[in-house]
Design a binder for this molecule. Structure first.
Ligand code: GDP
Ligand code: IMO
Ligand code: MG
Length: 434
Protein backbone atom coordinates (compact mmCIF):
# COMPACT_ATOMS: atom_id res chain seq x y z
CA UNK A 1 0.00 0.00 0.00
CA UNK A 2 1.21 3.53 -0.71
CA UNK A 3 2.85 5.49 2.10
CA UNK A 4 0.29 7.55 4.01
CA UNK A 5 -2.67 5.74 2.42
CA UNK A 6 -5.57 4.91 4.71
CA UNK A 7 -6.18 1.16 4.51
CA UNK A 8 -9.56 0.11 3.20
CA UNK A 9 -11.48 -1.87 5.73
CA UNK A 10 -11.98 -5.43 6.76
CA UNK A 11 -15.55 -5.45 8.05
CA UNK A 12 -17.05 -8.20 10.19
CA UNK A 13 -20.69 -9.33 10.31
CA UNK A 14 -21.65 -11.37 13.39
CA UNK A 15 -24.87 -12.68 14.87
CA UNK A 16 -25.69 -11.07 18.22
CA UNK A 17 -28.13 -13.70 19.54
CA UNK A 18 -28.52 -17.45 18.84
CA UNK A 19 -28.36 -17.34 15.06
CA UNK A 20 -30.87 -16.71 12.28
CA UNK A 21 -30.84 -12.97 12.92
CA UNK A 22 -30.68 -12.22 9.19
CA UNK A 23 -26.91 -12.27 8.61
CA UNK A 24 -27.45 -13.55 5.07
CA UNK A 25 -29.65 -10.64 4.11
CA UNK A 26 -27.24 -8.13 5.69
CA UNK A 27 -24.28 -9.65 3.84
CA UNK A 28 -26.25 -9.59 0.62
CA UNK A 29 -27.11 -5.91 1.07
CA UNK A 30 -23.42 -5.08 1.48
CA UNK A 31 -22.30 -7.52 -1.22
CA UNK A 32 -22.44 -4.93 -3.98
CA UNK A 33 -20.20 -2.56 -1.97
CA UNK A 34 -17.38 -4.99 -1.15
CA UNK A 35 -14.76 -6.89 -3.12
CA UNK A 36 -14.57 -10.09 -1.06
CA UNK A 37 -17.02 -11.92 1.22
CA UNK A 38 -15.36 -14.49 3.48
CA UNK A 39 -17.16 -17.14 5.47
CA UNK A 40 -14.87 -17.74 8.43
CA UNK A 41 -16.50 -20.37 10.67
CA UNK A 42 -19.05 -23.16 10.78
CA UNK A 43 -20.21 -25.24 7.86
CA UNK A 44 -23.50 -26.39 6.45
CA UNK A 45 -25.11 -26.13 9.87
CA UNK A 46 -25.75 -22.52 8.82
CA UNK A 47 -28.84 -21.57 6.86
CA UNK A 48 -29.11 -18.12 5.35
CA UNK A 49 -32.18 -17.12 3.39
CA UNK A 50 -31.72 -14.28 0.95
CA UNK A 51 -34.65 -12.81 -0.94
CA UNK A 52 -34.01 -10.84 -4.12
CA UNK A 53 -37.23 -9.77 -5.81
CA UNK A 54 -39.27 -12.90 -6.49
CA UNK A 55 -36.25 -15.18 -6.01
CA UNK A 56 -35.47 -16.85 -2.69
CA UNK A 57 -32.10 -18.50 -2.05
CA UNK A 58 -31.24 -20.79 0.88
CA UNK A 59 -27.47 -20.87 1.40
CA UNK A 60 -25.76 -23.25 3.79
CA UNK A 61 -22.08 -23.54 3.06
CA UNK A 62 -21.42 -20.83 0.51
CA UNK A 63 -20.84 -17.24 1.66
CA UNK A 64 -23.89 -15.05 1.00
CA UNK A 65 -21.63 -12.86 -1.18
CA UNK A 66 -21.98 -15.55 -3.86
CA UNK A 67 -25.16 -13.73 -4.94
CA UNK A 68 -23.31 -10.47 -5.65
CA UNK A 69 -21.76 -10.68 -9.13
CA UNK A 70 -18.93 -8.23 -8.42
CA UNK A 71 -17.48 -9.84 -5.34
CA UNK A 72 -15.21 -12.81 -4.73
CA UNK A 73 -16.71 -15.34 -2.30
CA UNK A 74 -14.18 -17.08 -0.06
CA UNK A 75 -14.51 -20.11 2.21
CA UNK A 76 -11.93 -19.41 4.90
CA UNK A 77 -9.65 -21.77 6.81
CA UNK A 78 -11.96 -21.68 9.84
CA UNK A 79 -14.81 -23.36 7.95
CA UNK A 80 -15.55 -27.09 7.87
CA UNK A 81 -16.49 -28.19 4.37
CA UNK A 82 -18.84 -30.99 3.38
CA UNK A 83 -17.72 -31.46 -0.22
CA UNK A 84 -20.90 -33.18 -1.34
CA UNK A 85 -22.98 -30.29 -0.02
CA UNK A 86 -20.54 -27.79 -1.53
CA UNK A 87 -20.98 -29.13 -5.05
CA UNK A 88 -24.72 -29.63 -4.66
CA UNK A 89 -25.07 -26.02 -3.57
CA UNK A 90 -22.89 -24.78 -6.43
CA UNK A 91 -24.87 -26.85 -8.96
CA UNK A 92 -28.17 -25.61 -7.55
CA UNK A 93 -27.09 -21.98 -7.95
CA UNK A 94 -25.65 -22.56 -11.43
CA UNK A 95 -28.97 -24.04 -12.53
CA UNK A 96 -30.60 -20.79 -11.44
CA UNK A 97 -28.13 -18.72 -13.44
CA UNK A 98 -25.84 -17.66 -10.57
CA UNK A 99 -22.16 -17.54 -11.50
CA UNK A 100 -20.05 -19.31 -8.86
CA UNK A 101 -16.80 -19.37 -10.82
CA UNK A 102 -15.07 -16.83 -8.56
CA UNK A 103 -15.40 -19.02 -5.45
CA UNK A 104 -12.13 -19.58 -3.57
CA UNK A 105 -11.60 -22.19 -0.86
CA UNK A 106 -8.84 -22.22 1.74
CA UNK A 107 -6.33 -25.07 1.49
CA UNK A 108 -6.44 -25.22 5.29
CA UNK A 109 -10.22 -25.59 5.69
CA UNK A 110 -11.13 -28.94 7.23
CA UNK A 111 -13.29 -31.48 5.45
CA UNK A 112 -16.35 -33.14 6.98
CA UNK A 113 -15.91 -36.86 6.34
CA UNK A 114 -18.84 -39.24 6.36
CA UNK A 115 -17.74 -40.70 9.71
CA UNK A 116 -18.04 -37.22 11.28
CA UNK A 117 -21.70 -37.09 10.29
CA UNK A 118 -22.22 -40.56 11.76
CA UNK A 119 -20.45 -39.60 14.98
CA UNK A 120 -22.61 -36.47 15.31
CA UNK A 121 -25.84 -38.42 15.03
CA UNK A 122 -24.89 -41.36 17.26
CA UNK A 123 -23.41 -39.08 19.92
CA UNK A 124 -26.66 -37.07 20.11
CA UNK A 125 -28.67 -40.27 20.44
CA UNK A 126 -26.30 -41.48 23.14
CA UNK A 127 -26.67 -38.22 25.10
CA UNK A 128 -30.46 -38.71 25.32
CA UNK A 129 -31.99 -35.94 27.41
CA UNK A 130 -28.60 -34.20 27.61
CA UNK A 131 -28.46 -33.80 23.83
CA UNK A 132 -27.45 -30.47 22.26
CA UNK A 133 -29.97 -30.60 19.43
CA UNK A 134 -27.28 -30.33 16.76
CA UNK A 135 -28.05 -30.05 13.06
CA UNK A 136 -26.55 -33.54 12.57
CA UNK A 137 -24.19 -32.29 9.87
CA UNK A 138 -20.98 -33.58 11.51
CA UNK A 139 -19.86 -30.12 12.61
CA UNK A 140 -18.83 -30.93 16.23
CA UNK A 141 -16.88 -34.11 15.42
CA UNK A 142 -15.02 -32.39 12.56
CA UNK A 143 -13.91 -29.51 14.80
CA UNK A 144 -13.03 -32.06 17.51
CA UNK A 145 -10.79 -33.87 14.97
CA UNK A 146 -9.20 -30.52 14.10
CA UNK A 147 -8.35 -29.81 17.73
CA UNK A 148 -7.25 -33.42 18.25
CA UNK A 149 -4.95 -33.01 15.25
CA UNK A 150 -6.75 -35.81 13.46
CA UNK A 151 -8.55 -33.67 10.89
CA UNK A 152 -8.49 -33.91 7.11
CA UNK A 153 -7.81 -30.63 5.36
CA UNK A 154 -8.70 -29.60 1.82
CA UNK A 155 -5.01 -29.69 0.87
CA UNK A 156 -4.70 -33.31 2.06
CA UNK A 157 -6.89 -34.39 -0.84
CA UNK A 158 -4.11 -33.46 -3.25
CA UNK A 159 -1.73 -36.10 -1.92
CA UNK A 160 -3.32 -39.53 -1.93
CA UNK A 161 -0.65 -41.13 0.27
CA UNK A 162 -1.01 -38.45 2.94
CA UNK A 163 -4.80 -38.59 2.67
CA UNK A 164 -4.85 -42.35 3.24
CA UNK A 165 -2.52 -42.03 6.25
CA UNK A 166 -4.67 -39.32 7.77
CA UNK A 167 -7.92 -41.20 7.25
CA UNK A 168 -6.32 -44.30 8.79
CA UNK A 169 -5.21 -42.20 11.77
CA UNK A 170 -8.65 -40.68 12.21
CA UNK A 171 -10.41 -44.03 12.00
CA UNK A 172 -8.15 -45.94 14.37
CA UNK A 173 -9.87 -44.72 17.52
CA UNK A 174 -13.17 -43.85 15.87
CA UNK A 175 -13.79 -47.40 14.70
CA UNK A 176 -13.21 -48.65 18.23
CA UNK A 177 -15.77 -46.17 19.51
CA UNK A 178 -18.25 -46.88 16.73
CA UNK A 179 -18.13 -50.66 17.13
CA UNK A 180 -17.60 -51.05 20.87
CA UNK A 181 -19.59 -48.17 22.32
CA UNK A 182 -22.17 -47.25 19.71
CA UNK A 183 -22.69 -50.74 18.28
CA UNK A 184 -22.20 -49.54 14.71
CA UNK A 185 -20.22 -51.07 11.89
CA UNK A 186 -16.58 -50.07 11.41
CA UNK A 187 -15.88 -47.56 8.63
CA UNK A 188 -13.57 -48.70 5.80
CA UNK A 189 -10.59 -46.47 5.04
CA UNK A 190 -10.98 -47.15 1.32
CA UNK A 191 -14.57 -45.97 1.07
CA UNK A 192 -13.70 -42.66 2.74
CA UNK A 193 -10.57 -42.09 0.64
CA UNK A 194 -12.42 -42.94 -2.55
CA UNK A 195 -15.26 -40.58 -1.82
CA UNK A 196 -12.94 -37.70 -0.97
CA UNK A 197 -10.76 -38.30 -4.03
CA UNK A 198 -13.82 -38.22 -6.28
CA UNK A 199 -14.06 -34.45 -5.65
CA UNK A 200 -10.42 -33.58 -6.32
CA UNK A 201 -10.58 -32.59 -9.98
CA UNK A 202 -13.45 -30.22 -9.43
CA UNK A 203 -12.02 -28.86 -6.21
CA UNK A 204 -8.43 -28.18 -7.25
CA UNK A 205 -8.95 -24.97 -9.27
CA UNK A 206 -10.89 -23.36 -6.43
CA UNK A 207 -8.26 -23.88 -3.74
CA UNK A 208 -5.86 -21.12 -2.72
CA UNK A 209 -3.73 -19.71 0.08
CA UNK A 210 -6.62 -17.53 1.22
CA UNK A 211 -4.85 -15.66 4.05
CA UNK A 212 -2.27 -14.49 1.49
CA UNK A 213 -4.98 -13.66 -1.05
CA UNK A 214 -6.89 -11.58 1.51
CA UNK A 215 -3.75 -9.87 2.78
CA UNK A 216 -2.91 -8.82 -0.76
CA UNK A 217 -6.47 -7.67 -1.34
CA UNK A 218 -6.42 -5.43 1.73
CA UNK A 219 -3.00 -4.08 0.76
CA UNK A 220 -4.49 -3.18 -2.64
CA UNK A 221 -7.27 -1.18 -0.91
CA UNK A 222 -9.97 -3.77 -1.50
CA UNK A 223 -12.82 -4.15 0.97
CA UNK A 224 -13.25 -7.52 2.67
CA UNK A 225 -16.43 -8.54 4.45
CA UNK A 226 -16.09 -11.37 6.96
CA UNK A 227 -19.39 -13.20 7.38
CA UNK A 228 -20.09 -15.31 10.47
CA UNK A 229 -22.17 -18.43 10.58
CA UNK A 230 -24.11 -19.00 13.84
CA UNK A 231 -23.83 -16.29 16.49
CA UNK A 232 -22.33 -14.98 19.72
CA UNK A 233 -24.38 -17.16 22.06
CA UNK A 234 -23.55 -20.23 19.98
CA UNK A 235 -19.81 -19.44 20.05
CA UNK A 236 -17.82 -22.27 21.63
CA UNK A 237 -16.04 -19.87 24.02
CA UNK A 238 -18.54 -17.09 24.57
CA UNK A 239 -21.87 -18.82 24.05
CA UNK A 240 -24.21 -20.70 26.34
CA UNK A 241 -21.81 -23.66 26.60
CA UNK A 242 -22.34 -26.59 26.20
CA UNK A 243 -25.43 -25.64 24.15
CA UNK A 244 -23.33 -24.08 21.42
CA UNK A 245 -21.80 -24.94 18.10
CA UNK A 246 -18.15 -26.02 17.94
CA UNK A 247 -16.60 -22.98 16.26
CA UNK A 248 -15.71 -19.36 17.01
CA UNK A 249 -18.58 -17.33 15.65
CA UNK A 250 -17.45 -13.99 17.11
CA UNK A 251 -15.05 -11.30 15.88
CA UNK A 252 -12.05 -13.16 17.28
CA UNK A 253 -13.04 -16.11 15.10
CA UNK A 254 -13.17 -13.80 12.09
CA UNK A 255 -9.40 -13.29 12.49
CA UNK A 256 -8.41 -16.90 13.17
CA UNK A 257 -10.87 -18.24 10.61
CA UNK A 258 -9.63 -16.02 7.78
CA UNK A 259 -6.01 -15.19 8.56
CA UNK A 260 -6.79 -11.46 8.68
CA UNK A 261 -5.14 -9.65 11.60
CA UNK A 262 -7.29 -7.85 14.23
CA UNK A 263 -5.59 -4.56 13.37
CA UNK A 264 -7.13 -4.73 9.87
CA UNK A 265 -10.71 -4.74 11.18
CA UNK A 266 -12.30 -1.32 11.11
CA UNK A 267 -15.97 -2.10 11.62
CA UNK A 268 -18.00 -4.82 13.31
CA UNK A 269 -21.66 -5.12 12.38
CA UNK A 270 -23.83 -7.05 14.83
CA UNK A 271 -27.04 -8.47 13.44
CA UNK A 272 -29.80 -8.54 16.03
CA UNK A 273 -33.47 -9.43 15.67
CA UNK A 274 -36.14 -7.13 17.14
CA UNK A 275 -37.10 -10.18 19.25
CA UNK A 276 -35.18 -13.41 19.92
CA UNK A 277 -35.12 -16.98 18.62
CA UNK A 278 -33.16 -20.12 19.27
CA UNK A 279 -32.99 -23.59 17.64
CA UNK A 280 -31.94 -26.68 19.56
CA UNK A 281 -31.53 -27.09 23.30
CA UNK A 282 -30.21 -24.71 25.96
CA UNK A 283 -31.26 -21.79 28.15
CA UNK A 284 -33.33 -18.93 26.71
CA UNK A 285 -34.63 -16.55 29.42
CA UNK A 286 -37.21 -14.65 27.36
CA UNK A 287 -38.64 -17.74 25.64
CA UNK A 288 -42.43 -17.64 25.23
CA UNK A 289 -44.65 -20.70 25.50
CA UNK A 290 -47.92 -18.84 24.92
CA UNK A 291 -49.87 -17.28 22.05
CA UNK A 292 -47.33 -14.46 21.74
CA UNK A 293 -44.59 -17.00 21.01
CA UNK A 294 -46.77 -18.72 18.46
CA UNK A 295 -47.56 -15.38 16.84
CA UNK A 296 -43.88 -14.40 16.60
CA UNK A 297 -43.12 -17.79 15.01
CA UNK A 298 -45.93 -17.42 12.49
CA UNK A 299 -45.40 -13.73 11.65
CA UNK A 300 -41.62 -14.15 11.49
CA UNK A 301 -41.74 -17.50 9.60
CA UNK A 302 -39.46 -18.85 12.31
CA UNK A 303 -38.70 -22.30 10.96
CA UNK A 304 -35.11 -23.42 10.45
CA UNK A 305 -33.58 -22.91 7.00
CA UNK A 306 -31.39 -25.98 7.54
CA UNK A 307 -33.44 -28.50 9.50
CA UNK A 308 -36.96 -27.04 9.19
CA UNK A 309 -37.34 -27.18 12.98
CA UNK A 310 -39.70 -24.60 14.52
CA UNK A 311 -37.53 -21.94 16.17
CA UNK A 312 -38.13 -21.17 19.84
CA UNK A 313 -39.28 -17.53 20.09
CA UNK A 314 -39.10 -14.86 22.80
CA UNK A 315 -38.83 -11.12 23.46
CA UNK A 316 -35.77 -8.94 22.88
CA UNK A 317 -33.08 -9.48 25.49
CA UNK A 318 -30.96 -6.35 26.02
CA UNK A 319 -28.33 -7.92 28.36
CA UNK A 320 -27.58 -10.37 25.54
CA UNK A 321 -27.27 -7.57 22.98
CA UNK A 322 -24.90 -5.70 25.33
CA UNK A 323 -22.90 -8.88 25.85
CA UNK A 324 -22.61 -9.39 22.08
CA UNK A 325 -21.60 -5.74 21.67
CA UNK A 326 -18.79 -6.21 24.21
CA UNK A 327 -17.51 -9.58 23.02
CA UNK A 328 -17.46 -8.58 19.36
CA UNK A 329 -16.65 -4.88 19.62
CA UNK A 330 -19.85 -4.10 17.71
CA UNK A 331 -19.70 -0.66 16.09
CA UNK A 332 -23.13 -0.88 14.40
CA UNK A 333 -26.21 -3.01 14.84
CA UNK A 334 -28.55 -4.05 12.08
CA UNK A 335 -31.91 -4.51 13.77
CA UNK A 336 -33.87 -7.02 11.69
CA UNK A 337 -37.50 -8.08 11.48
CA UNK A 338 -39.01 -5.01 13.09
CA UNK A 339 -42.03 -5.60 10.83
CA UNK A 340 -42.75 -8.87 12.67
CA UNK A 341 -43.60 -6.89 15.83
CA UNK A 342 -46.42 -5.00 14.10
CA UNK A 343 -49.80 -5.56 15.74
CA UNK A 344 -48.99 -5.78 19.45
CA UNK A 345 -50.49 -3.16 21.81
CA UNK A 346 -47.37 -3.22 23.96
CA UNK A 347 -44.02 -4.92 23.51
CA UNK A 348 -42.00 -6.32 26.42
CA UNK A 349 -38.21 -5.92 26.36
CA UNK A 350 -35.94 -7.72 28.81
CA UNK A 351 -33.70 -5.09 30.42
CA UNK A 352 -32.13 -7.21 33.20
CA UNK A 353 -32.55 -10.58 34.93
CA UNK A 354 -33.81 -11.73 38.26
CA UNK A 355 -31.41 -14.45 39.35
CA UNK A 356 -32.57 -16.16 42.53
CA UNK A 357 -34.18 -12.96 43.80
CA UNK A 358 -31.34 -10.63 42.87
CA UNK A 359 -31.39 -8.13 39.96
CA UNK A 360 -28.55 -8.81 37.52
CA UNK A 361 -27.96 -6.32 34.72
CA UNK A 362 -25.48 -8.30 32.62
CA UNK A 363 -25.11 -11.91 31.46
CA UNK A 364 -24.61 -13.98 34.63
CA UNK A 365 -21.12 -15.40 35.01
CA UNK A 366 -22.15 -19.02 35.46
CA UNK A 367 -24.24 -21.53 33.53
CA UNK A 368 -26.37 -22.06 36.65
CA UNK A 369 -26.95 -18.31 36.96
CA UNK A 370 -28.13 -18.09 33.35
CA UNK A 371 -30.38 -21.13 33.77
CA UNK A 372 -32.01 -19.41 36.76
CA UNK A 373 -32.28 -16.00 35.03
CA UNK A 374 -35.83 -14.70 34.76
CA UNK A 375 -36.38 -11.67 32.55
CA UNK A 376 -37.14 -8.26 34.07
CA UNK A 377 -39.34 -6.58 31.48
CA UNK A 378 -39.99 -2.99 30.51
CA UNK A 379 -42.96 -2.40 28.22
CA UNK A 380 -43.01 -0.23 25.13
CA UNK A 381 -45.97 1.02 23.17
CA UNK A 382 -46.69 -1.07 20.07
CA UNK A 383 -47.97 -0.04 16.62
CA UNK A 384 -50.50 -1.46 14.20
CA UNK A 385 -49.52 0.20 10.90
CA UNK A 386 -47.89 -1.92 8.18
CA UNK A 387 -44.23 -0.81 8.15
CA UNK A 388 -42.96 -3.06 5.36
CA UNK A 389 -42.83 -0.20 2.84
CA UNK A 390 -40.94 2.19 5.16
CA UNK A 391 -37.60 3.25 3.68
CA UNK A 392 -36.60 6.09 6.00
CA UNK A 393 -36.65 6.22 9.79
CA UNK A 394 -39.28 8.96 9.62
CA UNK A 395 -41.58 6.64 7.61
CA UNK A 396 -41.95 4.50 10.76
CA UNK A 397 -44.84 5.18 13.15
CA UNK A 398 -43.78 7.14 16.25
CA UNK A 399 -44.11 4.07 18.51
CA UNK A 400 -41.81 2.01 16.25
CA UNK A 401 -39.27 4.84 16.20
CA UNK A 402 -39.37 4.98 19.98
CA UNK A 403 -38.96 1.20 20.23
CA UNK A 404 -35.80 1.36 18.07
CA UNK A 405 -34.37 4.36 19.95
CA UNK A 406 -35.02 2.74 23.33
CA UNK A 407 -33.36 -0.51 22.19
CA UNK A 408 -30.41 1.50 20.96
CA UNK A 409 -29.97 3.09 24.41
CA UNK A 410 -29.72 -0.29 26.15
CA UNK A 411 -27.98 -2.47 23.55
CA UNK A 412 -24.44 -1.12 23.55
CA UNK A 413 -24.07 0.26 20.00
CA UNK A 414 -25.94 2.44 17.52
CA UNK A 415 -28.63 0.87 15.35
CA UNK A 416 -27.55 1.79 11.85
CA UNK A 417 -29.95 -0.25 9.73
CA UNK A 418 -33.46 -1.54 10.33
CA UNK A 419 -35.05 -4.48 8.51
CA UNK A 420 -38.74 -4.19 7.67
CA UNK A 421 -39.12 -7.27 5.45
CA UNK A 422 -37.12 -10.13 3.93
CA UNK A 423 -36.40 -8.48 0.59
CA UNK A 424 -33.07 -6.82 -0.19
CA UNK A 425 -34.92 -3.53 -0.62
CA UNK A 426 -36.82 -3.69 2.68
CA UNK A 427 -34.29 -1.87 4.82
CA UNK A 428 -33.90 1.53 6.41
CA UNK A 429 -30.33 2.85 6.59
CA UNK A 430 -30.01 5.40 9.40
CA UNK A 431 -26.21 5.53 9.22
CA UNK A 432 -23.94 4.23 6.45
CA UNK A 433 -22.63 0.75 7.18
CA UNK A 434 -19.81 1.04 4.65
P1 GDP B 1 -29.18 -15.96 9.15
O1 GDP B 1 -28.90 -17.38 9.46
O2 GDP B 1 -28.72 -15.02 10.22
O3 GDP B 1 -28.70 -15.54 7.79
O4 GDP B 1 -30.77 -15.82 9.12
P2 GDP B 1 -31.82 -16.80 8.41
O5 GDP B 1 -31.77 -16.56 6.94
O6 GDP B 1 -31.64 -18.20 8.89
O7 GDP B 1 -33.17 -16.31 9.05
C1 GDP B 1 -33.61 -15.00 8.89
C2 GDP B 1 -34.96 -15.01 8.14
O8 GDP B 1 -35.57 -13.77 8.24
C3 GDP B 1 -34.81 -15.26 6.64
O9 GDP B 1 -35.92 -16.02 6.21
C4 GDP B 1 -34.83 -13.87 6.03
O10 GDP B 1 -35.35 -13.85 4.71
C5 GDP B 1 -35.77 -13.19 6.97
N1 GDP B 1 -35.50 -11.75 7.17
C6 GDP B 1 -34.30 -11.10 7.25
N2 GDP B 1 -34.51 -9.80 7.56
C7 GDP B 1 -35.84 -9.64 7.68
C8 GDP B 1 -36.68 -8.52 8.04
O11 GDP B 1 -36.24 -7.42 8.31
N3 GDP B 1 -38.05 -8.77 8.10
C9 GDP B 1 -38.59 -10.00 7.83
N4 GDP B 1 -39.91 -10.15 7.93
N5 GDP B 1 -37.83 -11.05 7.51
C10 GDP B 1 -36.48 -10.88 7.44
P1 IMO C 1 -27.05 -19.64 11.16
O1 IMO C 1 -25.72 -19.35 10.52
C1 IMO C 1 -29.29 -21.32 14.51
C2 IMO C 1 -27.39 -24.67 16.64
C3 IMO C 1 -28.03 -26.03 16.54
C4 IMO C 1 -27.66 -26.60 17.90
C5 IMO C 1 -26.25 -26.05 18.11
C6 IMO C 1 -25.13 -27.03 17.73
O2 IMO C 1 -28.14 -19.95 10.20
O3 IMO C 1 -27.41 -18.57 12.16
P2 IMO C 1 -24.22 -27.91 15.42
O4 IMO C 1 -24.87 -28.69 14.32
O5 IMO C 1 -23.64 -26.60 14.96
O6 IMO C 1 -23.20 -28.73 16.18
O7 IMO C 1 -25.39 -27.60 16.47
O8 IMO C 1 -26.16 -24.89 17.30
N1 IMO C 1 -27.08 -24.03 15.34
C7 IMO C 1 -27.76 -23.00 14.83
N2 IMO C 1 -28.87 -22.36 15.26
N3 IMO C 1 -28.66 -20.90 13.39
C8 IMO C 1 -27.53 -21.51 12.96
O9 IMO C 1 -26.80 -21.04 11.94
C9 IMO C 1 -27.06 -22.64 13.66
N4 IMO C 1 -26.00 -23.47 13.50
C10 IMO C 1 -26.03 -24.31 14.55
O10 IMO C 1 -29.43 -25.92 16.39
O11 IMO C 1 -28.47 -26.06 18.90
MG1 MG D 1 -29.92 -19.18 9.67
Amino acid sequence: MCEGCIPMPAVVIVGAQWGDEGKGKATDILGSRVDYVVKFNGGNNAGHTVVIGDQKYALHLLPSGILSPGCVPVIGNGVVVDLKVLFEEIDGLNERGIDTSKLVISANAHVIADYNRTMDKVAERFLGSRKIGTTGRGIGPTYADKMNRLGIRVQDLFDEKILRQKVEGALELKNQILTKIYNRRAVEVDEIVEELLSYVDRLRPMVADTPLLLHEALAADKTVLLEAGQATLLDVDHGTYPFVTSSSATTGGACTGSGIAPTEITRVIGIVKAYATRVGEGPFPTELFDDDGERLRKNGAEFGTTTGRPRRCGWYDAPIARYAARINGVTDFVLTKLDVLTGWDRIPVCVAYDVDGERVDEMPMTQTGFHHAKPVYEYFEGWHEDISAARTFEDLPQAAQTYVLELEKISGARISTIGVGPDREQSIERFDLL
